[in-house]
Design a binder for this molecule. Structure first.
Ligand SMILES: Nc1nc2c(ncn2[C@@H]2O[C@H](COP(=O)(O)OP(=O)(O)OP(=O)(O)O)[C@@H](O)[C@H]2O)c(=O)[nH]1
Ligand SMILES: [Mg+2]
Length: 698
């Protein structure tokens, strides 16, 4: 019996980006992976079980790294795992060093560093099929001798060599302390502590000794690359590719998005119908509601993998009890408007997120993304960002959330942070309802001028994002632009399974978020706009005075009476210089959770019935009719433009904030984002309003 048998042995896969670790992981585990997220780390690690003869081991798929001098969070996590610095985890029992056989020399730099860690190591010489196809011949024995380490040629694509690799792993795990093989026990390069250049020299020497590749290799690749990395052609090629991707996202996503929309609408309707008109048996009702809310809570705890503690149980019980004791009408509104409406409003973006990640992962696996980063580098350098920041910036035009998640393609942590911080300035689709409302308010008669509103708003967002990135790089996130050091990987057929797996993982992260954080936010917002309730006497009074549209008048008066309404009045002095009245304030404030909410809030505060709220013309007509105490229209040119500028620049999206927190690991950055964007929005709207009124547009 060996020592490692007493607990489950762990095997870590380590290697350069794109060396095929994940593909090999899938081969070894049979695709049964779960994503682990260590506390305090925002990097996801994939874990699974590999069945070896007579035992099983835990396999960890580490993020790809170029060196262990830890630049990016992913590299730091990979390094921490290898050194056993992660809480609750020991040093892996065996390390599988995955090398790309088509690019051995480049991979050997990292190999030299990993081997110097002197951990029990096995080398998987992956992509051997591709190397053979390219006429690259590798002398495996020579390589093993140079590395002082067993080497198995494998192909994660065809499965060649995988049984041999498993056998070797089994041997390593079951005889951890072989007496005779001390030399092989831990592999070394004998290069410990070497300088960079010595490692490069070593890599070159080893690769010269063991690799025989034809001189003609990559002629076609070189020709293609000459075009794709050309400063002019390359940029246009990239723009064309991204335009294509976004066209596909918008055209493909519309059907599933409508489906989500309709599903939640009918779910709300269904729930509404299922609720009784009156509650005859209060005890039974309490029991039922309590049981349902407890199981929902348990479900979301499970989905979010939060450990169930005594405090959380207590909070859950109290919350459920409060929910069960709500008056029936309030319960109805909480369920339909707060919970179902709130979650549906966010899940509607799931299709876009999934499709985006699918294409990003195809582009990355194929090797094209490295070329794209190379050409965009020159343009992005003006504001101090790396070329790869272009991809998240484009994605953010659909929704900031996938954009922020896509920022993971940026290796350098500072650059990633700057990108994340400025991304929400770019116009996302949630702003479109606001833009179209204002365009209609201002230029309903001129489609050309209305489209200028859109173009102007988009340009303002892009300009503000680039400017803010430049400022951040010059101030708090100072740092030299790290030159792009990636070598261009060879082109490869992307793997559909890898891409779908990534989509499933990223999709799950988003759904979990919607089921927990976003649910909570929706409920809180609902409560703020509902309580305290207008006293019955006042309801009757308002209804009696209102006549025909009593329902709308009551809704308006109730909102004014609620916390949200009172806060709107409280903020009058703050927003008056921007040309907003208290009703607009309520819209601005409620939309801090989700900006598109402003349209429906304005519809309610300005007294538009539920039915006509969907009809843009009615909303716009009603808004146009609104007058200030002095008889001038509320929504004049100055106020409308100021409102537009405010919504282009303000950080009004709690889900985005939650994702920023998740990706940066701290609320500090999310708060900074909220702070600087709100400040920017306020000042810009103030300037817009004041300039417009002075120019006689008031
Ligand atoms: N032909 C061939 N292609 C492979 C092989 N292994 C992986 N690939 C392809 O190489 C690309 C990258 O593979 P991944 O498994 O994602 O590489 P990785 O090392 O996990 O990459 P990172 O997670 O980015 O570090 C994918 O397009 C795979 O389909 C192989 O043995 N043969
Ligand atoms: Mg991988």
């Amino acid at each position: 019996m060996s020592v490692v048998d007493t607990k489950r042995a762990t095997v870590a896969l380590v290697g350069n980006p794109n060396a095929g670790k994940t593909s090999l992981f899938n081969r070894l585990t049979g695709l049964r992976a779960r994503t682990a997220n260590y506390p305090g780390i925002t990097v996801d690690l994939r874990k699974g079980t590999v069945a070896l003869p007579g035992q099983s081991a835990e396999l960890i798929d580490l993020p790809g790294l170029y060196s262990i001098d830890a630049l990016s969070p992913e590299e730091q996590v990979a390094k921490a795992v290898l050194l056993g610095e992660i809480d609750g985890a020991d040093v892996p029992d065996v390390v599988v060093l995955v090398l790309d056989a088509t690019n051995l020399e480049r991979n050997l730099f990292l190999a030299s560093q990993i081997l110097d860690l002197e951990l029990p190591t096995v080398v998987a010489l992956n992509l051997i099929d591709a190397a053979t196809a390219a006429d690259i011949r590798i002398e495996v024995d020579k390589l093993a001798a140079e590395l002082h380490c067993p080497v198995v040629p494998v192909s994660a694509k065809t499965g060649r060599g995988v049984p041999e690799l498993k056998k070797l792993l089994h041997e390593r795990l079951s005889s951890p302390l072989p007496v005779l093989q001390t030399e092989h026990q831990s592999c070394t390069t004998g290069c410990t502590g070497c300088q960079f250049s010595a490692r490069y020299d070593w890599a070159e020497r080893v690769s010269k000794a063991a690799v025989h590749s034809p001189d003609m290799l990559g002629r076609r690749t070189a020709a293609v690359d000459k075009l794709l990395t050309n400063p002019v052609v390359g940029v246009f090629a990239f723009l064309a590719v991204m335009l294509g991707v976004f066209y596909l996202i918008f055209s493909m996503a519309s059907v599933p998005m409508d489906l989500v929309d309709e599903t939640f609408a009918s779910l709300g309707e269904w729930a509404n119908q299922q609720l009784p008109e009156t509650i005859s048996n209060r005890a039974l009702w309490f029991g039922g509601v309590f049981a349902v809310s407890m199981s929902l809570l348990a479900g979301s705890y499970w989905a979010a993998r939060i450990r169930w503690s005594r405090t959380s149980t207590a909070i859950a019980i109290v919350t459920s009890a409060v929910v069960a004791l709500l008056p029936l009408e309030d319960f109805r509104s909480l369920l339909v408007d707060g919970v179902i409406g709130g979650i549906g409003g966010v899940l509607i973006f799931l299709p876009q997120i999934c499709i985006l990640f699918f294409f990003i992962s195809l582009l990355e696996d194929s090797g094209y993304m490295a070329r794209a980063a190379f050409v965009m580098e020159r343009l992005m350098r003006f504001v101090g960002l790396p070329g790869k920041a272009f991809v998240p910036m484009l994605s953010a035009h659909a929704c900031a959330i996938p954009g922020i998640m896509a920022a993971r393609v940026i290796e350098n942590w500072r650059d990633r942070l700057v990108t994340i911080l400025v991304l929400p300035l770019l116009t996302c689709s949630a702003r479109l309802p606001v833009y179209s409302m204002i365009a209609a308010l201002l230029f309903a008669e001129s489609p050309f001028k209305a489209s200028l509103v859109f173009v102007g708003a988009y340009l303002l967002g892009i300009g503000a994002a680039l400017f803010s990135a430049w400022c951040l790089k010059k101030t708090i996130l100072k740092g030299d632009a790290i030159p792009l050091v990636i070598e261009l990987p060879s082109y490869r057929m992307p793997s559909l399974i890898n891409s779908l797996q990534l989509v499933a993982e990223r999709g799950m992260i988003f759904v979990r978020q919607a089921g927990t954080v976003i649910l909570l936010i929706s409920v809180i917002l609902w409560a703020l706009a509902t309580y305290p309730k207008l006293p019955d006497a006042q309801v009757e009074q308002v209804a009696a005075n209102a006549g025909a549209n009593a329902e709308q008048q009551v809704a308006q008066a109730s909102l004014a009476y609620s916390v949200a309404g009172r806060v709107g009045k409280l903020f009058e002095p703050v927003f008056r210089p921007l040309g907003f009245d208290w009703k607009i304030n309520v819209g601005v404030l409620t939309s801090f959770a989700a900006r598109e909410v402003v349209v429906s809030t304005l519809a309610i505060v300005y007294g538009i019935g539920e039915d006509s709220a969907e009809d843009e013309a009615t909303l716009v007509e009603t808004l146009r009719r609104q007058q200030r105490p002095d008889g001038t229209p509320v929504f004049n040119m100055a106020t409308s433009l100021s409102l537009l500028v405010f919504f282009v620049l303000a950080m009004q999206c709690l889900p985005t904030q939650a994702v920023t927190k998740r990706e940066t690991g701290s609320w500090k950055w999310a708060m900074l984002q909220l702070g600087y964007m709100s400040g920017l929005a306020y000042v810009a709207a103030l300037v817009t309003y004041q300039v417009c009124t002075r120019a006689g547009l008031g």
